[in-house]
Design a protein around this ligand. Structure first.
Ligand code: CA
Ligand code: CA
Ligand code: CA
Ligand code: CA
Ligand code: ZN
Length: 585
């Protein structure tokens, strides 16, 4: 009897030990592969599996529905054991706002998966999940995504019907796969008045003719017919707008900029994203994923915004240049001056309204990068003719890359076709997966390196420490406390822009305890001579308007009335929440 009870107790203990160890030591691992693109259903299933295996860390929420009724998933990663998410610097990642720029979704999914898989195994993953909160929207455009992955049709837009050509009917004339090979490619027609001719070394490639030269071909655009008989082909495809021109900062109307929408946040996807961002004001770092070209972009998106304050440019440069090392071949650039003008883009909303340092990566480099033609030095001024010859060589290298590396999978040879309007044409050219997205054998590399860049940036968000606290008893129940708070990371707790424009609340340094009163406070300029400048106290706290600077510190002297255990709290909206206990005696 007695023996049995001991045995049962022993069994109970070992069972609970087993449960404990399965919770803390070996979190269930979800196997994901990054050798293909996820459609929305598969992405949803992967996220649900990750959430189920890691309920302590991961929350998946529907942020809203797209026009076609798909959920826009938001993912929050946080370790509640180290504090609520809003007490930590938040890092935000979104991808696939442009429907034809799909691989950002895999990068976001990879980042979620990597952090969960490596928590407790690597220092970085453990530190990031313990100290930061992460917010993801893996795909902002699940409607378009499914067209890309499942139907092999690509659209940059979302799918609210829009009458692009103002004929009173919306979306009446899209591209179509006329030759039935499963892909929408390009149409060309033999034409001695055409503006193109075959490349001398490979007739599959069309090159522009030079002035005075005889033409051979006219390019007729993407495969399709004139569905509505208006004399134009494929003039009103699905949707027809650009979500990344619809954000509420420096927005300009449609006639200034294509796709802007009737007003900022007019589309369900941008509205859902805005609400998610506004609900998490602790977000201090951000990352958008687009394609292509191998760029790590920062704003401003347009010249009319003026340059960013010097203090913030330093932070961007520090992180952006590290990015160039993490992702070889990618260049750290500025949207308006190095790419093109964007009004009302996500990157400007995140930085200029929310005060979060944000990059936008143009994922993946043109195929010839991994199959170089050689002879090009960066920023070299070249003669027009030299450039023309280089372009010819590059086009040829691209074709060789299609043949020898992609093994012909993503190029359709030109084939004759009888078109109802154009007569004898040829259909062929690069297929949907043949440009802008990485070939599948490189997808994991794209995911890992870009996630690594995000992790670096997230790790460089503010990390504060109480450093060098000194308590001095002045008289009975009156104490002088010198508090020093230092930031060991490049990101300040408030951006220079946010300080200048008062984008959000300042940091707060607080003293808490029973019958404790903060009598006076001063900023400590010289701790050796004890020189301070008085600051205003409110209840038991002071505001710290500029926050803790990049790799810097703030030092204050408090006069506190009372005794016993007190808590000093540094409470920053975007820089985290830190406490230090002290006993006054
Ligand atoms: Ca129309
Ligand atoms: Ca076709
Ligand atoms: Ca038409
Ligand atoms: Ca059509
Ligand atoms: Zn894009």
């Amino acid at each position: 009897m007695r023996k049995n009870r001991i045995f049962i107790t022993f069994l109970g203990i070992s069972l609970s030990l087993m449960l404990l160890s399965s919770q803390t030591l070996s979190p269930a691992e979800v196997k994901l592969s990054f050798d293909h693109f996820y459609n929305n259903a598969e992405l949803t299933a992967a996220l649900k599996a990750l959430q189920k295996a890691n309920p302590q860390f991961m929350k998946m929420v529907s942020l809203g529905k797209t026009h076609q009724g798909r959920d826009i998933w938001g993912v929050i990663l946080n370790n509640p054991k180290t504090g609520p998410a809003e007490h930590k610097s938040g890092f935000y990642i979104d991808g696939n706002i442009h429907g034809n720029e799909i691989q950002g979704t895999e990068v976001a999914l990879y980042a979620i998966w990597y952090l969960l898989k490596n928590y407790g195994k690597t220092d970085l993953a453990t530190r990031l999940l313990d100290e930061r909160a992460f917010y993801f929207i893996p795909t902002m455009n699940p409607d378009s995504r499914d067209y890309f992955v499942d139907k092999k049709e690509y659209y940059r837009t979302g799918f609210i019907p829009l009458d692009d050509d103002r004929d009173g009917v919306a979306d009446e004339d899209s591209s179509e796969d006329l030759d039935g090979d499963g892909f929408i490619t390009t149409m060309r027609k033999k034409d001695s008045n055409g503006r193109f001719k075959a490349h001398p070394d490979d007739p599959r490639i069309l090159i522009p003719i030079r002035p005075g030269e005889k033409g051979e071909y006219t390019l007729l655009g993407s495969e399709g017919i004139d569905n509505d008989g208006d004399g134009r082909i494929n003039e009103d495809e699905l949707g027809g707008y650009d979500m990344n021109r619809n954000y509420g900062f420096n927005w300009q109307p449609h006639y200034v900029q294509y796709g802007a929408g009737p007003y900022p946040f007019a589309y369900p996807e941008t509205k859902a994203t805005r609400d998610f961002l506004l609900a998490h004001p602790n977000i201090m770092g951000g990352q958008n994923f687009h394609n292509s070209g191998g760029m790590i972009l920062r704003g401003p998106g347009a010249k009319n915004m003026g340059e960013y304050p010097m203090g913030d440019r330093r932070i961007y440069d520090y992180i952006g240049r590290k990015g160039e090392k993490i992702i070889p071949g990618y260049r750290y650039l500025i949207v308006y001056s190095d790419l093109y003008t964007v009004f009302g883009g996500s990157i400007d909303f995140l930085y200029s309204v929310l005060g979060a340092y944000t990059f936008s990566n143009e994922l993946d480099i043109s195929p010839t990068f991994s199959f170089p033609v050689g002879g090009e030095a960066e920023d070299e001024e070249v003669d027009e003719e030299v450039q023309r010859i280089r372009n010819l060589a590059e086009r040829l290298a691209e074709m060789e890359y299609h043949d020898l590396v992609l093994l012909g999978e993503h190029f359709a040879d030109w084939k004759p076709y009888k078109h109802p309007l154009y007569g004898d044409v040829e259909i062929g050219g690069t297929k949907i997966y043949g440009s802008r997205v990485p070939p599948l054998f490189q997808l994991a590399d794209t995911c890992h390196r870009n996630a690594a860049f995000c992790f670096y940036h997230a790790d460089q968000m503010p990390r504060l420490e109480f450093d060098g606290m000194k308590v001095k008893k002045l008289e009975k129940d009156l104490f002088q406390i010198d508090v020093s708070v230092k930031n060991t990371r490049v990101t300040p707790t408030i951006s220079a822009q946010a300080v200048q424009k008062k984008l959000h609340r300042a940091d707060r340094l607080k003293v808490e305890g029973q019958n404790i009163k903060l009598v006076a406070a001063g900023r400590l300029f010289d701790k050796y001579r004890g020189i301070t400048s008085k600051v205003k106290t409110r209840d038991n706290y002071i505001w710290i308007e500029s926050g803790v600077p990049s790799f810097g510190r703030v030092e204050y002297r408090f006069l506190v009335e009372g005794k016993g255990n007190i808590k000093l709290i540094y409470d920053s909206l975007k820089g985290g929440y830190y406490t230090k206990s002290v006993t006054l005696k």
